[in-house]
Design a protein around this ligand. Structure first.
Ligand SMILES: C[S@@+](CC[C@H](N)C(=O)[O-])C[C@H]1O[C@@H](n2cnc3c(N)ncnc32)[C@H](O)[C@@H]1O
Length: 118
């Protein structure tokens, strides 16, 4: 069987954890009020959580696909960390939320970095 290849940015994770090895259990605050204004999804994740996941496991310029995008938290985190994003979301109610509008208003949302598909 071919060995799978994946990225794990150990040194960066260590830097983000004050020079100590990043543990596998992370404690982060729930989405704050401003994030909720953009998202308003019942199971919305904190942007900081998605940013850490992305920084831990991808490189700048990589393409990130979130097939269950909800309120676009992954898209926001991908753009903030200079990755490309493609997402799908079943519910138009969430796809058309202000976070998506924000993404569409950036250079990241104009075809070459971020895209949504129904
Ligand atoms: C757990 S929520 C994602 C929350 C998201 N991470 C956030 O921070 O807002 C899962 C989402 O997947 C969507 N979903 C469920 N089945 C789907 C499907 N077959 N295709 C696309 N989206 C789907 C739901 O509408 C829901 O918004």
């Amino acid at each position: 069987m071919k060995k799978s290849k994946h990225d794990f940015n150990y040194e960066l994770m260590r830097q983000l954890n004050a020079g100590k090895q990043m543990k596998s259990v992370w404690t982060l605050p729930a989405p704050n009020g401003a994030e909720k204004t953009f998202g308003k999804h019942p199971t919305q994740k904190p942007v900081a959580l998605l940013e850490r996941i992305i920084l831990a496991s991808t490189k700048e310029g990589d393409l990130i696909f979130d097939p269950f995008a909800g309120s676009s938290t992954t898209a926001v985190a991908a753009i903030k960390t200079r990755r490309k994003f493609v997402g799908t979301e079943l519910e138009v109610e969430y796809k058309d939320r202000p976070a998506q509008k924000t993404i569409e208003g950036t250079s990241c949302g104009q075809g070459d970095h971020g895209n949504y598909h129904d």
